[in-house]
Design a protein around this ligand. Structure first.
Ligand code: COA
Length: 329
């Protein structure tokens, strides 16, 4: 029994931060950001708005589109590295906000691969036969961990959320397969060092700006292309498919040059590669479900189409998931 996606939704905050806004904060330029990263603007939360608020909006929209009540949801899984609090989980807050009285809920931490890891987990719950309806959300409030004095990170990220509802496919469509990976030796290249049990928040960690995301951009750039294309190519081969068979490739939106190079290495024509980084920047666990919902709303996907998702992020974590699109009920 395969799991299939029966509803998609996304939400980004109203407030927009443009490249010219960033020019006033760090030594950068609209031209550099557009040409090196492909971002024109990103949406950012307003004071007091957090990951649970964006996720709750997505959750309501998913239920409305699927025309079911929150009581139908068995499990809520939220991929995020920017939860509202260390505890309780953002998923627990959302469960309460939408009154999903029959659901158990938890967060999953896999950075930019968070949505794919959560989707795979939700799909396995469906395949087990024990659960019927799973809500999977990817959300990040990256501005809560951005150093607006570090031009190599603050220009890249934005805030946003997207999600899906998973149910059992009536035919052999839906999620056909996946390849997911972790290589913890990459930890030093992309991380937020403090605020956990290793370096609890202290005046020193604050002084050393260790609550912000730091990266070795060049290393991440190379690894992202190689590893996303390696797992995507393997997944295609495992399923007897080639790049030309894919109707839409939805890679994590980290950098336009990473997206284009990955598509090329998978032999997927550029016009079948979903790119919306120009509008939102890198929303971490949000990028793939936001792009998926935009693709659905723009009628880029029809029943029977093969859709390939791919992500790479801190950990390192990465992976690819293949979907044969099924009916949106
Ligand atoms: N504005 C203007 N110049 C900048 C800049 C900015 N925001 N950030 C870096 N530069 C400068 C560098 O200091 C460097 O200057 P120098 O040549 O005088 O030393 C020059 O631009 C080129 O730097 P380089 O690091 O080669 O740029 P790049 O083309 O690799 O782009 C990243 C930098 C960070 C955008 C790119 O490496 C990247 O996207 N990496 C992946 C990051 C990522 O996806 N992270 C999230 C993981 S999912």
């Amino acid at each position: 029994m395969n799991a299939t996606i029966t509803s998609t939704a996304h939400y980004v905050p109203e407030k927009v931060l443009t490249n010219s806004d960033l020019e006033k904060l760090v030594d950068t330029s609209d031209e550099w950001i557009k040409s090196r990263v492909g971002i024109n603007q990103r949406h950012v939360v307003s004071d007091g708005e957090a990951s649970s608020d964006m996720s709750t909006k997505v959750a309501h929209s998913l239920l409305e589109k699927r025309r079911i009540s929150a009581a139908n949801i068995d499990v809520i899984i939220i991929g995020t590295v920017t939860p509202d609090h260390p505890t309780p989980s953002t998923a627990a807050i959302v469960q309460n906000n939408i009154n999903a009285e029959n659901a158990w809920a938890f967060d999953l931490s896999a950075a930019c691969s968070g949505f794919l890891y959560a989707l795979e987990t939700g799909a396995k719950f469906i395949e087990s036969g024990q659960y019927k309806t799973i809500m999977v959300i990817g959300v990040d409030t990256m501005t809560s961990i951005l150093d607006f004095e570090d031009r190599e990170t603050c220009i890249i990220f934005g805030d946003g959320a997207g999600g899906v509802i998973l149910e059992a496919s009536k035919s052999n469509t839906g999620i056909l397969g996946s390849v997911l990976k972790t290589d913890g030796s990459g930890a030093e290249s992309l991380n937020v060092l403090a605020g956990g049990s290793k370096y609890p928040a202290s005046p020193t960690t604050i002084k050393n700006r260790q609550h912000y995301i730091k990266q070795d951009g060049k290393k991440v750039f190379k690894f992202a292309i190689k590893r996303m294309s390696d797992v995507s190519t393997k997944l295609l081969e495992d399923n007897g498919l080639a790049g030309k068979d894919i109707k839409l490739f939805i890679p994590h939106q980290a950098n336009k040059r990473i997206i284009e190079a990955t598509g090329e290495r998978c032999n997927i024509p550029l016009d079948r590669v979903m790119i919306n980084i120009d509008k939102y920047g890198n929303t971490t666990a949000g990028t793939i479900p936001i792009a998926l919902n935009e693709a659905v709303e723009s009628n880029l996907i029809s029943n029977g189409d093969y859709i390939l998702l791919a992500a790479f992020g801190s950990g390192f974590t990465w992976g690819s998931i293949l979907i044969k699109w099924d009916t949106m009920v």
